[in-house]
Design a protein around this ligand. Structure first.
Ligand code: SF4
Length: 363
């Protein structure tokens, strides 16, 4: 196992880059990363500029804010307008536009939208405000879901009947299957999400190699981690030794975090879920088990029209599928910037548009 210092060492990295360049691949190789933190590290460290032209890195749907559809924000806005409701959320979501504005804009006139660092903080707010319904905006992947499950357990232990979650929880393996089946996309290999894998382990990703003959590597987030993962994918492709490998053993175990997995299973059950840009993907979401329906904001409140409406001019959907680049969007850097985002890929600091904008000189 390499120590973290080595993984940022220029000499070591350029040694691995030379090895990548020495691999004679037949044709162009398309590698997709499906974790927003990888996207940021790739841009921040100018990794694309180190690679030969034959290797193309594309960003997939790895940022939870970016894949959350407008309609979810519309529901949150509708809930925030209700009497005796406190909306609690991670800060990222505040600036994501729904069809009629953002939570941030609404916050100017209403004091009932507050940011939290964890779902348990939202439970505490509910405990301290018995006359108010406290709703946590529950978005995220496998990494965040155990903490949300814990908040349900805590609310249950405290006997709270004024805490609920608005759900848009997503899991990674079904979306990878969707991407691998997309013939237009034609991905040759995946840099698999390091954070998600700490919870899920490797097994849920093994189908990539077994069923579709596409390699994947679980990688950490240092520049050396990413360069090494690219080298490993190229080598596997060259040698036709297609597997799913763990290159992040300092945090990821083959079986993942069993305790967290059990917690997730106890509270949630799989459901089809809508991903911005990708549509509805079978079994790609989680919802509360029936026994916990009293903590579902969707069950407690009625919503009107919940049809998905894409934002005007924003091509986040195509970007999340790796089919277009932020620079293909006519709003990029003109009407859409991190200060005034038009779409979620620019809002989240892990979004592809935000990464392109922030590290423009390195792309
Ligand atoms: Fe959407 Fe802005 Fe990205 Fe264009 S630049 S795709 S409007 S987030």
């Amino acid at each position: 196992m390499k120590c973290v210092d080595e993984l940022s060492d220029r000499k070591i990295i350029s040694g691995i880059v030379s090895k990548i360049k020495a691999i004679k691949l037949s044709g162009k190789v398309k590698i997709m990363e499906v974790c927003g933190t990888h996207t940021m590290s790739i841009f921040k460290n100018g990794i694309k500029s180190l690679l030969p032209d034959s290797i193309e890195l594309i960003s997939g749907p790895g940022c939870p804010v970016c894949v959350t559809p407008d309609i979810y924000i519309d529901k949150a806005l509708a809930l925030a307008k209700k009497e005796n409701v406190i909306i609690t959320t991670f800060a990222d979501l505040l600036r994501v536009p729904g069809s009629s504005g953002t939570l941030q804009e609404m916050r100017v006139n209403r004091k009932n939208i507050t940011t939290v660092y964890s779902p348990l903080e939202a439970v505490k707010i509910a405990y301290n405000n018995p006359g108010q319904e406290v709703i946590f905006l529950a978005i995220g992947f496998e990494t965040t879901i155990p903490a949300i499950a814990l908040s349900i357990i805590k609310a249950n232990q405290l006997g709270l009947n004024n805490f609920s979650i608005l759900q848009s929880l997503k899991i990674m393996p079904p979306v990878l299957q969707e991407l691998v089946l997309d013939k237009d996309l034609d991905v040759d290999g995946f840099i698999l999400p390091g954070h998600v894998s700490t919870i899920s382990g490797l097994q849920p990703f093994e189908f990539l190699a077994r069923d579709y003959h596409v390699p994947g590597v679980v990688a950490g987030f240092e520049p050396g981690d990413i360069i090494l993962s690219i080298y490993t994918l190229c080598k596997m492709l060259k040698d036709n030794d297609i597997r799913v490998k763990n290159l992040y053993p300092r945090l990821v175990r083959l079986e993942g975090n069993k305790k967290a997995q059990e917690l997730i299973k106890e509270i949630f059950t799989p459901v089809d879920s809508y991903w911005r840009g990708l549509g509805t993907i079978t079994g790609s979401g989680l919802k509360l088990r029936k026994v916990y329906h009293r903590y579902s904001a969707e069950k407690k409140f009625q919503f009107g029209d919940t049809q998905y409406r894409p934002g005007k001019g924003c091509i986040c959907g195509e970007i999340l599928k790796g089919k277009q680049k932020p620079t293909d969007c006519r709003l990029f850097g003109i009407k859409c910037t991190p200060m005034k985002p038009e779409g979620p890929c620019m809002v989240s600091r892990e979004g592809t548009c935000a990464a392109y904008y922030r590290y423009r000189g390195k792309v």
